[in-house]
Ligand binder design. Structure first.
Ligand code: NAD
Length: 252
């Protein structure tokens, strides 16, 4: 397929669902081969099959991105199947809606492992495979740039992603690798609906909060995917180390 990612090879973590799924489908429509990596094996297969049904190239890899062996396997699958690696979208993430008192040490460790250690591990193993340069996009959040209530582990993890992104950008610019974060505001995905459940709020009440924000609504996964595509493609060739906010003006 022709497109802005023509002949590129990409990895999208957490692409069984939500923002990752929408981005994997968009990358494929723009010509990239996609390694669909997710802890949800059936969901990863579904996304990969959807891409192939639309004429794209994809493989599904079941992986827990907090585990180093799984990260090396994802990178190895990209190179073995498609012969190179150009784009890495570190998107997998989880949230626990609780304050410090209500967050167990296990929950803290799991959020930090899935949201932060995964980005370190995927970059550690993907960067050596990006032998002709590349683009890495890490998913932060509006709550990586400001605080939020009842989400202490999540806020800490996403702030870490934003600043780790800057450090990676500095270290790997000379190798032709750009590293940026995309920072979504509320986006209608299974994760956001799970947050409403954890807070015991009904969805309509949760969604009504968006009415106070400048654009008055939540985003769609495709609207986040478009920003990721910009950062992944040569359209952003002079952009590295940045934190791109995609939130309908929420942080403004
Ligand atoms: N939805 C929002 O409002 C919002 C806002 C800001 C940031 N984000 C971030 O966007 C990213 C995607 O979120 P989403 O809303 O699409 O969520 P989602 O729950 O719909 O999708 C997340 C995907 O990650 C996968 N995943 C979870 N743990 C994993 C692991 N250990 N290894 C591999 N895969 C794993 C899940 O199986 C799922 O397919 C997350 O990093 C999230 O923090 C979301």
């Amino acid at each position: 397929m022709s497109g802005v990612l023509h002949d590129k090879v990409s990895i999208v973590t957490g692409s069984a669902s939500g923002i990752g799924r929408a981005t994997a489908l968009m990358f494929a429509r723009e010509g990239a081969a996609v390694v669909v990596a997710d802890i949800d094996a059936a969901g990863a297969e579904r996304t990969a099959k959807e891409i192939i049904a639309q004429g794209g190239r994809a493989i599904a890899v079941t992986a827990d991105v907090s585990a180093e062996a799984d990260c090396t396997a994802v990178v190895a699958a990209a190179v073995a199947e498609f012969g190179a690696l150009h784009v890495l979208f570190n998107n997998a993430g989880i949230i626990r809606r609780a304050d410090a008192i209500g967050t167990s040490v296990d929950e803290w460790d799991r959020v930090m492992a899935v949201n932060v250690r995964s980005v370190f591990l995927m970059c550690k193993h993907a960067i050596p495979a990006m032998t002709h340069g590349g683009s890495i996009v890490n998913t932060g959040s509006g709550w990586g740039l400001k605080g939020g209530g009842n989400a202490i582990s999540y806020c800490a993890s996403k702030a870490a992603v934003v600043n780790m992104t800057r450090a990676l950008a500095i270290d790997h610019a000379a190798a032709g690798i750009r590293v940026n974060s995309v920072n979504p505001g509320d986006t209608d995905t299974p994760m956001l609906r799970e947050e409403a459940r954890q807070l015991a709020e009904d969805w309509a009440a949760f969604e009504a909060d968006a009415a106070d924000r400048p654009m008055g609504r939540s985003g769609t996964p495709e609207e986040i995917a478009k920003a990721v595509l910009f950062l992944a493609s040569d359209a952003s060739s002079f952009v590295t180390g940045t934190a791109l906010i995609v939130d309908g003006g929420g942080l403004a």
